[in-house]
Design a protein around this ligand. Structure first.
Ligand code: BG6
Length: 532
């Protein structure tokens, strides 16, 4: 089938072909290929923030889009002493906020009928003892197989105990009493360094096989991030120039306007390198730099990403200053709003040396990327929320216009706008109309918002859907997690134990693009940030 979906760009129309028997949902989009297995979705931490703000809303939207199986139940598990009716009322509020006036009583009632709550005894040595019996009863009454998805929506410090208790209650077993799969979803951070990540993985594997584990990095579920692979590998024209011969350098920016918010305790332990680099930014880097997998299949894609992580050139820890800039925000303004500095935020140590900004110059030691710098930066309280990957191509080799042009020629740049402006732009030179030879850079612009077809899934909808389907493509594999920590841990060690820690922290005002040192490091290499 051929759909004309593109906006008109420079007189051209983008055309997309779709093929295959997709189950059309709502507007005829391709959400799932075949109906999902009946299952129980068990949320540990069912009264927490993550459940209310993200998970339940995502489940509700999937339900509304008719994607969830006919037979499913959602079982909230938490310490709060309440019954199913009270839990439904508690959850309804969150759905109302999402759906607003569009939430009809009929919609709510049909969703709520799938919701259950099981409170846990905090004093019990075996808190999940009753859960298998409860689930089996439901499976039996509904004539369902025993498929179970466990979502750990709890603080990471609780992972070890919860996984142990689940293992003891045989919740990880796939053939206990009733046949069916058992899967567990965990959120980052997966450890705080290589050692703790390895320990956590070993612990998980005492009870769950790797293929039962779904480690979420919500960046991978963003439409525009997934699209990087389609863009690179489903088009013939980019791949031949996607290498050190044509690419001068790559800039990856993940800038946020948000500050540390209510997460002081976590952030003081994490800082930007653990919070953003170990996961989201290295994943963006891998999607940009990886080799084409032989097949679009979960393990082959993840194999290629791990190869990138293993090819990252270790930082010379003795000369970190030439490769890494760390910063912390001080007070400033964003959109006219005065904002406090990091150290003035509630519950932050007044002398905190935790970085809220980092910029790293990274090299990938492989055939394709030898010598090409990848500049990565991320920070809180920056001037604008924006995530983008810019591929900066080399200058044309022979400046044949030098006798007629009095300015230098801009090199081509391809920008993959991840958020909030979801777009792809390519900048190239054209002749300015007129008798004199003048060039002007123009930009070919594709906006995701111009696509009329398809249903945009938010990142949580996408990850939950993939867990239910059993597709690991967007989840981080054990070796990937460990390879990323293997690269970052020596850097973190060096930063956190060095004597001049205070001097190596550069300050920037809230509402700017980070410390000046980050711009200078680029300039030292003859480069400038695209966004400043
Ligand atoms: C989270 C980090 O993983 O990602 C947060 O812990 C950060 O600190 C968030 O704010 C950014 O996500 P997004 O989707 O808003 O870019």
């Amino acid at each position: 089938m051929e759909h004309n979906i593109g906006q008109k760009t420079q007189g051209q129309e983008a055309v997309v072909k779709t093929e295959g028997p997709f189950i059309a949902q709502g507007s005829g989009s391709c959400l799932i290929e075949s109906p999902l297995d009946p299952c129980a979705i068990v949320i540990m931490g069912a009264c927490g923030d993550l459940t209310r703000r993200k998970i339940i809303r995502a489940l509700f939207r999937l339900f509304q889009n008719d994607v969830l199986p006919d037979l499913f139940l959602i079982v909230g598990v938490d310490l709060n002493d309440m019954d199913t009716e009270a839990y439904r009322a508690f959850i309804k509020e969150s759905i109302e906020t999402l759906a607003g006036e569009n939430l009809t009583e009929k919609d709510w009632n049909s969703f709520a009928a799938h919701l259950h709550y099981k409170s846990m005894d905090p004093e019990s040595k075996s808190p999940y003892e009753e859960l298998p019996g409860f689930l089996n009863e439901q499976f039996h009454d509904l004539h369902m197989p025993g498929n179970r998805l466990f979502y750990l929506a709890v603080p990471p410090a609780q992972y070890v105990n919860i996984i142990r208790d689940m293992g003891r209650a045989a919740l990880s077993h796939e053939n206990e009493n009733r046949p069916g799969w058992s899967r567990v979803v965990i959120e980052k951070p997966f450890g705080r360094d290589l050692q703790s990540a390895q320990d956590l993985n070993r612990h998980i594997h005492q009870y769950f096989r790797e293929d039962q584990v779904y480690r979420i990095d919500h960046y991978l579920a963003k439409e525009t991030v997934q699209n990087i692979l389609m863009f690179r590998f489903a088009n013939a024209i980019f791949e031949p120039i996607w290498n050190r011969r044509y690419v001068d350098h790559v800039q990856i920016t993940v800038a946020e306007t948000l500050g540390v918010e209510h997460r002081a305790v976590y952030y003081e332990q994490a800082g930007v390198l653990r919070d953003m680099f170990q996961n989201h930014i290295l994943q963006l880097l891998a999607m940009t730099a990886m080799e084409p997998p032989s097949l679009f299949e979960a393990d082959r894609v993840r194999d290629e990403k791990v190869k990138i992580f293993r090819s990252l050139r270790p930082f010379p820890v003795g000369q970190l200053d030439n490769h890494l800039v760390l910063g912390q925000y001080t007070s400033g303004t964003i959109d006219g709003m005065p904002l406090p500095g990091y150290r003035e935020e509630p519950n932050i140590d007044k002398d905190s040396l935790v970085p809220t900004f980092a910029m790293a110059k990274i090299f990938i030691d492989n055939w394709r990327w030898q010598g090409v710098p990848f500049y990565l930066r991320s920070g809180k309280r920056m001037a604008k929320k924006i995530t983008e990957i810019a591929i900066q191509f080399k200058q044309v080799p022979n400046l044949m216009f030098r006798n007629v042009l009095d300015e230098s020629i801009y090199s081509n740049v391809l920008v993959l706008g991840i958020q909030p402006d979801e777009r792809i732009t390519l900048t190239f030179q054209t002749k300015l109309p007129g008798a004199k030879v003048c060039l002007q850079p123009v930009t070919m612009d594709f906006h995701y918002s111009s696509v009329q077809e398809g249903t945009f899934l938010d990142a949580y909808e996408k990850v939950i859907l993939d867990c239910l389907v059993g597709d690991h493509m967007l989840f981080v594999r054990q070796d990937g997690v460990e390879a990323c920590w293997g690269f970052l841990s020596p850097i973190l060690d060096a930063c956190e134990t060095c004597k001049d820690r205070e001097q190596s922290l550069h300050y920037y005002s809230a509402g700017t693009w980070g410390p000046r040192r980050a711009d200078d490091l680029m300039k030292d290499e003859g480069h400038v940030w695209r966004i400043i």
